[in-house]
Design a protein. Structure first.
Length: 114
């Protein structure tokens, strides 16, 4: 999932370009990139070692977390998906197109959150 998120983020970067004058887009890009990388590392190692390092493949309810790691991973996943979906909005609003067309494009990209 993280590679798909990074792919969408790179698509956005290529579409709008990171220029020194676009401070908001630059902050948004680097903030999302950092969040996705941290989320990837946390989810990978958090889920891999939730049952301990000596036998991570053996699930025993007394040693493993009872879903708390899954809840955190799922929550951050939903937040980053929503941020990626709506991060295209400033770019789309600057297009020279009809408002109806802009709304359709934003709805299409916002469908990622469903």
């Amino acid at each position: 999932m993280s590679l798909a998120k990074l792919s969408v983020l790179q698509l956005q970067r290529r579409l709008c370009g990171i220029q020194p004058s676009s401070r908001y887009i630059k902050i948004m890009y680097w903030g999302l990139l950092g969040t996705i990388v941290i989320w990837t590392l946390f989810s990978t190692f958090g889920l891999a070692f939730q049952c301990g390092a000596d036998s991570p493949h053996a699930y025993r309810s007394e040693r493993c977390s009872n879903g708390s790691v899954w809840y955190a991973v799922t929550a951050v996943n939903a937040i980053t998906d929503a941020a990626l979906a709506f991060s295209f909005s400033p770019i789309i609003l600057r297009l020279s197109a009809k408002t109806r067309t802009k709304v359709k494009i934003m709805m299409l990209l916002g469908g990622r959150t469903v």
